[in-house]
Design a protein around this ligand. Sequence first.
Ligand SMILES: Nc1nc2c(ncn2[C@@H]2O[C@H](COP(=O)(O)OP(=O)(O)OP(=O)(O)O)[C@@H](O)[C@H]2O)c(=O)[nH]1
Ligand SMILES: [Zn+2]
Length: 199
Amino acid sequence: MPVARPAELSSPLRAVDVPAATEAAQAFLRALGVDTSAPGLERTAERMAHAYAELFRAEPVTLTTFPNDEGYDEVVLARGIPFRSVCEHHLLPFMGVAHVGYLPGARIIGLSKLARVVEHLSARPQVQERLTGQVARVIDEELQPQGVGVVLDAEHLCMSVRGVRATGATTRTSAMLGRMRSDARTRAEFLALTGAGAA
Ligand SMILES: Nc1nc2c(ncn2[C@@H]2O[C@H](COP(=O)(O)OP(=O)(O)OP(=O)(O)O)[C@@H](O)[C@H]2O)c(=O)[nH]1
Ligand SMILES: [Zn+2]
């Protein structure tokens, strides 16, 4: 039976207007003192518009699930999923890896879908904490497993190339739902499998 799609899988962004974004980027660059007619920069504003449009382009995702016929009752973990998103404060990228796991109930999910959820929810202005929670909630709603665990480890360019310039510093966030949250053994097993260490 089809399950209602979680609201979070609908992108909050409106359609991209590339000409308007290009014009705005042109004005933005000029205001920053950049000569946009200099050789090599004539098309920079347009490239900026396309680059951000690409960062915000969310591919539709359908979370295919299958009956758990084997009765598999251990943690399933997709580890080291590379992702990139954009911080909503500075519109600079943050990127790293996601570890997404669940403890199956009646159904299992196509493994690629765990990475697709991360990719989909990354394609909007984000903060890492919200992205982490959204990934966990979408999988929980769609699959209704016994538990979900998500760990994100990311470098924020707004923190490494500007501002405090803490180059190499990474931020780790986690979201645990169901038995991954309430059952210490399951939680510890999940964290051990991710390599994120004990809780
Ligand atoms: N919690 C959280 N903070 C973030 C994330 N991405 C960026 N930030 C932070 O958002 C904060 C915005 O702080 P502000 O003081 O308004 O901005 P700012 O003057 O540019 O701050 P600095 O980066 O310290 O120079 C900064 O501390 C960023 O490091 C995120 O995903 N989660
Ligand atoms: Zn930022």
